[in-house]
Design a binder for this molecule. Structure first.
Ligand code: SF4
Length: 71
């Protein structure tokens, strides 16, 4: 797999715990006053997918998913 991966954040599920921010601070943020996380970018490169998989597994609200894009 060499293509990019799209990050899917379901803001209806997200509780703003910020676990994803700890794992990928360059991708996720929980701005002051926001009840949910926001995406700083919506794609990761192939060499970042391990970190994204960890964030997806670690999210306590199961608010994260991914979609592999054709390269
Ligand atoms: S870990 Fe999940 S619930 Fe927590 S801020 Fe990130 S997406 Fe939201």
């Amino acid at each position: 797999m060499t293509g990019q991966v799209e990050i899917l954040l379901d803001t209806n599920l997200c509780n703003g715990y910020g676990v994803c921010v700890t794992i990928m601070p360059d991708v996720f943020d929980t701005p002051a006053g926001s009840p949910v996380a926001v995406l700083l970018r919506d794609r990761v490169e192939a060499d970042e997918t391990d970190d994204l998989d960890e964030a997806i597994r670690a999210c306590p609200a199961q608010a994260l998913a991914k979609r592999e894009l054709a390269s």
